[in-house]
Design a protein around this ligand. Structure first.
Ligand code: F6P
Length: 326
């Protein structure tokens, strides 16, 4: 295999706290290994439009603590089309970039997989998403920070919920996954989490009401994962108004606040390890793998496995939440 000389680096999809720490780690580990680094702006869009700058160690100074991504990000529809990917490949050739590191979630890694297959380019993925929905890694960059943001917001809402003796549905992000809702509920001492993973198994709202919530409490907080199937927090509140009108219900949608803020120590460390590991992987001739972490060890996960929507909810956590919310 031809020796890699120049690595292109991009962040793509929804930003996640810790992406900057990963950008810093990839850049510095590459330079440490005598590789050239080029920063590609605005995700795959920058590959198509050629928004690319050489990166030196000082381009990534003072960013480990910053949320967002200095490389900017985008959801690039053109890259879904073969024509867009062809233009992107031409840019790589023009810039002399012979390998890519893509920091992003499942959409970004799905794009990386197709691109790598079509043009035979070594690509390594770094899982950056607050949703924690990538398979083959215990956690993703940004997830811990988002959980902490959720916990702090719920702590505040609890004050008003309890003063007014209300039932609050708080909607959190996650796309189709309930990790943020479930762990956010445990961390904030919420009464329940309504998650898409078990939606077809049980009517979670009915269960919440039937298990006699509020017998020992005068207010209740339920975290609801955003989801088209459940209708999210609004869907739940509408049902309660119709089916259980005795409750005083309110809805809070936390929204994009969950994607912002300075990354936690845990996310900074994870991003630093994964970013450095992405360069190790390229030096070891790995290609088309995502860096994962399992039992505190770095692993390489083939893209095909990482993007399968197979990551399961830990049932023990659901049980713990049920037990602790009596
Ligand atoms: O994938 C990260 C995420 O924040 C999801 O949790 C959410 O559904 C989505 O991105 C929102 O995307 P956008 O900011 O493009 O609306």
């Amino acid at each position: 295999m031809a020796k890699i000389k120049c690595v292109g680096l991009l962040t793509s999809g929804g930003d996640a706290p810790g992406m900057n720490a990963a950008v810093r780690a990839v850049t510095r580990a590459a330079i440490y290994n005598s590789l050239e680094v080029k920063g590609i702006y605005r995700g795959y869009r920058g590959l198509i439009t050629g928004e690319i700058l050489p990166f030196k160690t000082n381009n990534v100074s003072n960013i480990v603590q910053q949320g967002g991504t200095i490389l900017k990000t985008a959801r690039c529809l053109e890259f879904h089309e073969p024509e867009g990917r062809k233009t992107a490949y031409k840019t790589l050739q023009k810039e002399g970039i012979d390998a890519l590191v893509v920091i992003g979630g499942d959409g970004s890694l799905s794009g990386a997989r197709i691109f790598a297959q079509e043009y035979n380019i070594p690509i390594v993925g770094v899982p950056g998403t607050i949703d924690n929905d990538l398979n083959g890694t215990d956690t993703t960059i940004g997830y811990d920070t988002a959980l902490n943001t959720i916990m702090q917001a719920v702590d505040k809402i609890r004050d008003t919920a309890s003063s007014h003796e209300r039932l609050f549905f708080i909607e959190v992000m996650g796309r189709d996954a309930g990790f943020l809702a479930l762990n956010g509920a445990i961390a904030s001492g919420a009464e329940a989490a309504i998650i898409p993973e078990i939606w077809t198994e049980v009517d979670q709202l009915e269960e919440l009401i039937k298990t006699g919530f509020r017998k020992s409490k005068n207010s209740s907080i339920v975290l609801v994962a955003e989801s088209e199937i459940t209708g999210g927090a609004m869907g739940m509140a509408e049902r309660v108004k119709k089916e259980y009108p005795q409750y005083d219900v309110r809805v809070t949608i936390l929204g994009h606040i969950q994607r912002g803020g300075s990354p936690t120590a845990s996310d900074r460390i994870l991003a630093s390890r994964m970013g450095a590991a992405a360069i190790d992987a390229l030096m070891e001739d790995q290609r088309n793998v995502m860096i994962g972490i399992q039992d505190d060890e770095i692993v390489y996960v083939p893209f095909s496995k990482a993007i399968k929507k197979e990551k399961t909810i830990n049932r023990d956590l659901l049980n713990t939440l049920r037990i602790l919310s009596i």
